[in-house]
Write a protein that binds this ligand. Structure first.
Ligand SMILES: NC(=O)c1ccc[n+]([C@@H]2O[C@H](COP(=O)([O-])OP(=O)(O)OC[C@H]3O[C@@H](n4cnc5c(N)ncnc54)[C@H](O)[C@@H]3O)[C@@H](O)[C@H]2O)c1
Length: 437
């Protein structure tokens, strides 16, 4: 099986299946198709399938023309029908791994997509989980589900591995194609073949590790490292405010050290589908071993407190001009979870807006990437343009994402008071009405 697959990879005679056509899956499907592998995308959302099949892009990191071209050449198609799995040799699973209401892993998407694959899995295929998850998922959950559902045996009938996705939406340098990839698999043959498949598509290094659990833990380490360092810097932001020290200037100074320091920045909280969620996958799994991941818990406590802390600071700012949150007009600029993207999943700005509204403030928002958002089942519409009149009407402007497309000079000129939680206005000279987090 190994030799045959290696030969097929070399001849580009492999049909690729990508399950889950979201922020991770669609760019991956596009890269595989661009590299000359016929690719079928699977999703449960009819709308996404229709968009892909008509060559319409909906993910910021995918180039519209690339998608159009590979679809028109028949190199990429999409479907909701999993029976097409029988035509596929290599399957990457890129479905969501969120948390449930108790902040515990919700592995239901991984389970249901694996069950759908198992029904049609053919002998001689490769399956790789790319979704971020707790160490052990591939061997303890995916392997038995695939074996039971297909009647095939892992290692002799199909190969199974884990390769974490590292996509950084909005990153202009590192994309799916040039970001190094880590691969772990069950058995040496599986590792060799799955790594060969990634090498055939990517420009970057493919780093192999000795088991799927190493690769699963490696991904959680990356994201926990970020989470904890952001927690540290958020805590320092609260301290520095009390000490009247500008933390942003402190970080700029620390950054001059050429080794041993990496800059992280404070903000109104954590957002996105990765950093605020993934460490909980590890803390949950750790409890199976009677182990408490205390650093993760501490950092989560700090990060989760940030929207509330920002609300308090907003209240203090209004207080200076004898105003209360209750009844004030507050304009939030930027509701995406980070700069220059249109993703608002888990965005702390939405939590902050809810908190401000809860105190009786009239909150409006402007985001050049997000004209409207849905939160807790409610559709919220944003301001279409950032105008002098809109800014002058606000008692306070809160900058909650550092989008580069925003006219910060205009904000400074027309806003009464500004609370800049991301140092987005660092380029603005006149700073008499700007307060930093
Ligand atoms: N977005 C990121 O920046 C990023 C970065 C690295 C890793 N990841 C990880 O990658 C995984 C996917 O994240 P994403 O951001 O692409 O999610 P997403 O929500 O953008 O996309 C997931 C897609 O899977 C589809 N889906 C759900 N259930 C399905 C099923 N049973 N069968 C087929 N399709 C199904 C959804 O309809 C959706 O289109 C997650 O585990 C995430 O943690 C995400």
């Amino acid at each position: 099986m190994k030799q045959l697959l290696l030969q097929k990879i070399q001849n580009k005679d492999i049909v690729v299946g990508v399950v889950g056509l979201g922020y991770v899956g669609l760019p991956l499907a596009v890269e595989k198709a661009k590299a000359g592998f016929k690719t079928i995308g699977f999703d449960v959302q009819e709308k996404k399938v229709e968009l892909v099949n008509s060559g319409h892009n909906y993910i910021g990191d995918v180039v519209n023309e690339d998608l159009k071209e590979i679809v028109s050449k028949g190199m990429l198609s999409a479907t909701t029908d999993f029976s097409f799995v029988k035509d596929v040799d290599f399957i990457a699973i890129c479905v969501p791994t969120p948390l449930d209401v108790y902040q515990q892993p919700d592995i239901s998407y991984v389970k249901s997509s694996t069950e759908s694959i198992a029904k049609y899995l053919k002998k001689g295929s490769m399956v790789v989980l790319e979704s971020t998850t707790y160490p052990g998922t591939t061997e303890e959950l995916i392997k038995p589900l695939l074996e039971q559902g297909s009647g095939l045996k892992c290692g002799s009938d199909f190969y199974l591995g884990f390769s974490p996705e590292r996509v950084d939406p909005g990153n202009l340098i590192y994309k799916t194609k040039n970001t190094p990839k880590v691969v772990g698999a069950i058995g040496e043959d599986a590792l060799e073949v799955i790594a060969a498949m990634y090498r055939a598509v990517l420009e970057s290094d493919v780093h192999t590790v000795s088991s799927p659990a190493i690769a699963e833990m490696e991904k959680i380490l990356e994201n926990t490292y970020r989470n904890i360092n952001i927690g540290l810097i958020n805590e320092l932001a609260m301290l520095c405010h009390k000490m009247n020290i500008n933390l942003w200037e402190v970080i700029d100074a620390a950054k001059t050290k050429p080794y041993g320091f990496q800059a992280f920045y404070p903000g109104p909280g954590l957002g996105g589908h990765c950093i605020p969620l993934d460490p909980y996958y590890l803390s949950w799994k750790a409890r199976e071993y009677g182990f408490h991941t205390s650093m993760i818990e501490s950092s989560m406590m700090i990060n989760d407190k940030m929207p509330e802390y920002c609300m308090e600071r907003a209240g203090d700012l209004l207080n200076r001009s004898k105003k209360a949150l209750n009844g004030s007009n507050i304009l939030v600029v930027g509701v995406a979870y980070k700069q220059d993207i249109d993703d608002y999943r888990e965005s702390p700005a939405l939590v902050l807006i809810d908190l401000l509204k809860g105190k009786g403030a009239n909150v409006s928002f402007f985001d050049p990437y997000i004209p409207e958002y849905k939160h807790k089942g409610k559709l919220e519409k944003g301001e279409k343009n950032l105008t002098p009149a809109l800014l002058e009407k606000a008692d306070l402007v809160v900058v909650a994402a550092a989008h580069s497309q925003v006219d910060y000079e205009l904000i400074q000129k027309h806003a009464k008071v500004i609370f800049d939680t991301k140092n987005a206005m660092k380029g603005v000279k006149n700073r008499n009405n700007i307060e930093l987090l």
